[in-house]
Design a protein around this ligand. Structure first.
Ligand code: HEC
Ligand code: HEC
Ligand code: HEC
Ligand code: HEC
Ligand code: HEC
Ligand code: HEC
Length: 502
């Protein structure tokens, strides 16, 4: 649509006033260039087409500036880089004059650049519920901009998540952390994570829905490729669990669905592609492989495994997929909350705690039974997760008669402390980046049933058991709390509770 006469008049006034440069371009010459080189992608009259942005109504300044940026490589685009390089400044102005005369078009799902630059907010437009679930998950908070626990360690071993050119100190290379914690930034090998929403969003919609194949984390020659490097990705096509039937265009369901072509054709008779093309890939989307590139294992520079959830499941022989527990179907679709240690409801289902009590001289003997329900260790994941098994004997009035530890589970009753400790060469505790071995590992093995037996020297009315979960070790807490206002983040959580009444 041509711009209204009023608008034209207004720009003429500006030109007469001498404040603006006169339009140097020739719109007729521009039209010829546009139809020859540009319309196939940007649509007739620059209205935009599929993922290609609209050009209609761009100001001359913006248009010419953008074309120059493509030509110099300042703005990266394989297609536009080549095209702009074959045109002169005068031709940029002709094209600007042509496209500038049309009304700007609000192109609905305009995607600037490659799929891995697409923000979750684009998907939110239609997938509101899934977006909300994802927003509350650690996937949405996986970068050092949004997770203070990760931030503490990231700042120590890498640096500032808002600065470009940061390196991983120990290896002197691009920070490996970002391959898993900020996969879209890793694809571009950048470290300034606030530069794009799609970087800051960490493991966002396209980070998972662009995964088309799993190569495995171990290279043939023995090295590792972690996170997004362990996957094949699909260029511009989203991956879904089912996809849509190929004749979907003839189906009324296609209406308003940007993942299938609408069947409309452009002025050249070409079928206009889907705005957000999607293909069915149940082999990936319904398999643990989708998660394993990031969750399999993660060794530090000395090769000591941290976060080895995938390895643990493999060793357990379990065939149950991650999705069946972490993405249950509720209200008709796969839930994207993906809870773990940060989610009290998820935690409460991990270990079944019961207590059997039998007479023992003047007192009783309590068998505290811990049944790990999971095909991975408990706790799994990050090296500072820990659980205290607290056992208390009470009289009928609720007074405490006996307890297995007062303050320090590890010192007073080592078997009641479930954790793993990274250690240095001498076996002394060490932080993840510097550890050379796994020191102590008292965690529950996959599906393990463990019985802790206590001789309680009194006659109680109740023997109470509690599992107390902490995301991090106590000494780390003050440092992390400096990085967040979330007072509840590091609170000890009672993940299981049982009372045997005598
Ligand atoms: C093969 C498809 C293709 C052709 C042909 C093509 N473009 Fe593009 N163009 C794109 C894509 C894709 C982008 C988005 C690039 C990005 O942001 O990385 C783009 C972006 C642009 C932009 C930036 C728009 C914005 O909103 O920032 C301008 C301007 C542009 N093209 C002009 C042209 C002109 C002029 C021609 C013809 C000389 C042309 N393009 C031909 C695919 C094409
Ligand atoms: C951690 C990876 C991951 C992230 C992040 C993710 N998804 Fe998914 N999504 C999946 C998997 C896996 C499935 C398939 C589940 C199944 O069918 O077993 C899925 C399924 C879906 C489905 C189909 C749901 C159904 O059951 O009908 C939609 C729609 C979807 N995702 C949209 C999104 C959107 C929108 C976002 C971002 C807000 C997002 N996804 C983020 C992994 C992910
Ligand atoms: C204009 C609306 C719209 C937008 C924007 C949109 N979708 Fe969808 N999407 C749909 C519709 C409609 C369906 C089909 C019904 C359903 O499954 O919810 C669908 C289905 C899906 C499915 C399931 C496909 C399958 O194989 O079963 C996935 C995955 C998905 N979308 C991912 C995304 C992602 C990721 C984004 C953002 C990059 C996105 N969608 C943006 C409308 C949209
Ligand atoms: C691109 C890498 C990537 C993929 C793919 C991925 N994740 Fe994650 N996931 C992460 C990262 C990074 C975190 C940790 C974020 C943090 O705590 O800072 C995480 C966190 C989690 C957590 C929460 C842990 C907690 O502390 O509460 C669960 C559960 C989880 N992922 C399950 C899955 C499942 C299931 C899949 C496959 C369907 C999957 N992830 C796919 C990278 C990934
Ligand atoms: C039988 C159900 C089940 C299966 C199968 C399962 N998980 Fe879990 N997972 C859980 C429960 C329950 C928790 C909560 C306990 C916890 O956080 O340690 C959990 C916790 C986690 C955590 C959080 C660890 C942390 O540090 O907070 C991650 C990561 C995780 N699972 C990843 C996976 C991956 C990846 C797979 C597949 C390879 C998988 N899980 C398979 C049930 C399951
Ligand atoms: C192979 C993928 C991968 C790499 C590489 C990786 N991480 Fe992680 N990281 C994860 C996953 C997955 C989780 C969360 C689930 C879990 O606890 O297992 C996680 C969790 C964490 C946590 C705990 C976050 C929380 O909220 O409790 C910290 C801290 C952390 N990573 C730091 C780092 C640092 C620093 C680097 C780089 C030196 C790094 N990670 C590299 C996958 C990775």
């Amino acid at each position: 649509m041509r711009k209204g006469a009023l608008l034209m008049a207004a720009s003429l006034v500006l030109v007469w006033g001498g404040t603006s440069q006169a339009l140097a371009g020739d719109a007729a010459a521009g039209e010829e260039l546009a139809n020859t080189y540009c319309a196939a992608c940007h649509g007739p009259e620059g209205a935009g087409m599929g993922p290609n942005p609209a050009l209609a109504g761009m100001s001359e300044e913006l248009f010419v500036g953008t074309m120059r940026a493509f030509r110099s490589g300042k703005r990266e685009s394989a297609t536009m880089g080549v095209l702009s390089g074959s045109l002169t400044d005068a031709q940029f102005q002709d094209l600007a004059a042509y496209y500038g005369q049309f009304e700007p078009v609000a192109h609905e799902f305009r995607i600037d650049g490659p799929l891995h630059h697409v923000s979750a907010s684009v998907c939110q437009t239609c997938h509101e519920d899934i977006y909300r679930q994802w927003s509350g998950s650690m996937h949405a908070k996986s970068t050092a901009l949004r997770d203070p626990i990760h931030e503490l360690l990231y700042r120590r071993v890498v640096g500032d998540p808002r600065k470009e050119g940061e390196i991983h100190g120990a290896s002197g290379r691009y920070p490996v952390c970002l391959q898993c914690h900020a996969p879209n930034a890793a694809k571009d090998q950048v470290t300034k994570l606030d530069a794009k929403d799609a970087y800051a969003e960490g493991v966002n919609c396209v980070a998972c829905h662009q995964i088309s194949g799993y190569k495995g984390v171990r290279r043939a020659e023995g090295g590792l490729r972690l996170g997004i490097m362990a996957y094949e990705t699909s260029g511009d096509t989203l991956q879904g669990a089912t996809g849509f039937p190929f004749d979907m265009t003839a189906n009324e369901q296609a209406e308003g669905n940007p993942h299938v072509p609408s069947g409309e054709v452009d002025t050249f008779g070409q079928v206009i592609p889907a705005a957000l093309p999607l293909q069915g890939n149940p082999r990936m989307m319904r398999s643990s492989d989708l998660c394993l590139g990031c969750h399999h294992l993660r060794p530090n520079p000395q090769g000591v495994p941290l976060c080895a959830t995938g390895d643990e499941i493999e060793a357990s022989g379990s065939q149950v997929t991650c999705q069946s527990c972490h993405m249950p179907i509720a209200e008709g679709f796969a839930n994207h909350s993906m809870g773990g240690g940060h989610d009290p409801a998820m935690l409460s289902r991990a270990v079944n705690l019961t207590i059997d009590v039998e007479p023992n001289g003047d007192g009783v003997q309590a068998h505290v039974v811990l049944q790990n329900q999971l095909p991975h260790k408990m706790p799994t994941g990050a090296p500072f997760r820990n659980i205290q098994v607290k056992v208390t004997a009470l009289d009928a009035a609720g007074n405490v008669l006996w307890t297995n530890f007062e303050k320090h589970a590890q010192q007073e009753d080592p078997k009641s402390y479930l954790f793993y400790q990274l250690a240095d060469d001498e076996g002394k505790p060490s932080m993840p980046p510097t550890a050379t071995q796994v020191g102590i590992d008292t965690r529950l093995e996959p599906h393990e049933r463990r019985v802790l037996t206590y001789a309680i020297p009194v006659q109680p009315a109740v023997v109470r058991g509690e599992l107390l979960y902490n995301l991090v070790f106590e000494p780390m807490k003050p440092q992390i709390m400096k990085l967040t206002d979330d007072a509840e983040l590091l609170e000890t959580r009672r993940m299981a509770f049982y009372e045997a009444r005598l």
